[in-house]
Write a protein that binds this ligand. Structure first.
Ligand code: ADP
Length: 381
């Protein structure tokens, strides 16, 4: 009895950002991190150092946790099933999580549920890829079913010959081919669902990707009400259909004829960082409430426009050097740093701006993110 203990597998920035709401709620958070210097390990006392793919270490970590949840999707499904068999409460559970770990499993299930997706096929060899490409038109998007992130594990191929290296390994690393969608923008819908079946959805956001990495998020997305509602409905249907517990991000493509689901993440997500200041309940608090089967909070926005910009590492190492300027320049800007080593292109933090004018809010967020990484652009004035 008393306040519960939530164990988070993974010590990245998502676990780190759960720490604030856990403190507020008086819930004990524990983290299983790979390295004592990981982002969350720096702020969560008593972090356990261990590997998420070692069942014995997972078992030891789970002792004393009322619920186990994740900051990434890399725990093998078999280990999660073993933990459940031991009586550990795992949220989201392996049956749901598998759909965020394996894009083929996800496509099959969403197709069965009738959720709109790009046309797709499982590809086992050059012949099956050629048949699919001839049917939907080249180039096609080829993806590894497992292990991709930030666009790694995704490539555009003009013919089966372009994919020879991946096709040679298709028996070990199964492949998924998709039609190349002519999207007008990329969207994300964040939804939370509790074991009771209560669900809450935030407004649909636009995500701007550069070289496969999310650069900015605009809340709300500038889409028609029809598309926004269809996107939210699809996210709720997926959460319910898959029995998701906790927060899930559904990445989508907006097209002339409607929205199509790209992929799923079953945890708080980069597309939801704006909710820390921009929504009445942040994705991190909501995730804790959902996995603890507590009632979910209000997801309405706190301002007409909210923009989150990721701070990507550059050659410039000292992120703190930019604080004086950023905070003096813009009293409304909110800075978040993850305590990670600065490496070029790596997500090391994010900034959030809120306000009543969409273009102004974007400009403020963009300026702060650029300034922190050491690009003193001409909007500093
Ligand atoms: P990852 O798991 O690495 O994030 P995604 O499946 O999200 O991979 O794909 C990364 C990016 O590739 C997407 O954000 C989108 O820009 C592009 N992409 C993925 N699938 C398609 C598709 N079927 N059509 C067009 N672009 C796509």
């Amino acid at each position: 009895m008393g306040f519960p203990v939530v164990g988070v597998v993974g010590g990245g920035q998502l676990a780190r950002m759960m720490a604030g709401p856990a403190i507020g709620l008086g819930i004990e958070l524990r983290v299983l991190a790979r390295d004592p210097h990981d982002s969350a390990a720096q702020v969560v006392p008593g972090t356990t150092v261990g590997a998420e793919d070692d069942l014995d270490e997972l078992r030891a970590f789970a002792v004393g946790c009322d619920v186990l949840t994740f900051d990434h999707e890399h725990v093998p499904t078999a280990h999660l099933r073993a933990l459940e068999a031991d009586g550990v409460v795992v949220r989201p559970g392996p049956d749901a999580l598998e759909h965020a770990q394996n894009k083929l499993v996800m496509r099959r299930r969403l197709t069965d549920l009738g959720v709109p997706c790009p046309r797709w096929a499982e590809v086992t060899d050059a012949a099956s890829l050629t048949t699919f490409g001839d049917e939907v038109g080249w180039p096609v998007v080829l993806k590894t079913a497992r292990g991709g992130y930030d666009g790694k594990g995704v490539r555009l191929v003009g013919s089966a010959a372009d994919a020879g290296d991946w096709l040679a390994r298709a028996t070990e690393v199964p492949l998924l081919a998709e039609e190349r969608v002519a999207f007008t923008r990329e969207l994300a819908v964040l939804v939370a669902r509790s074991p009771h079946g209560q669900a809450a959805v935030w407004p649909v956001v636009e995500t701007v990707q550069v070289d496969g990495v999310c650069r900015e998020v605009y809340a709300p997305a500038p889409v028609t009400e029809d598309h926004a509602l269809a996107a939210q409905r699809a996210a709720l249907q997926i959460a319910d259909g898959l029995g998701v517990t906790g927060v899930m991000a559904v990445e989508m493509f907006d097209t002339e004829s409607g929205v199509l689901v790209n992929e799923l993440a079953m945890r708080p997500h980069n597309s939801g960082h704006w909710t820390i200041e921009g929504a009445r309940t942040s994705q991190f608090e909501q995730h804790l409430r959902a996995v603890l089967d507590l009632p979910l909070g209000d997801t309405t926005t706190t301002a007409p426009y909210v923009v989150m910009a990721n701070v990507l590492g550059a050659e410039h190492q000292d992120m703190y050097a930019g604080y004086l300027h950023c905070l003096a320049h813009d009293r409304g800007i909110r800075l978040h740093m993850y305590g990670k080593d600065v490496r070029p292109g790596r997500k090391v933090g994010h900034v959030t701006a809120l306000g009543g004018d969409a273009e102004d809010v974007r400009e403020r967020a963009r300026h702060a993110a650029a300034f922190l990484r050491g690009d003193s652009d001409d909007t500093a004035g």
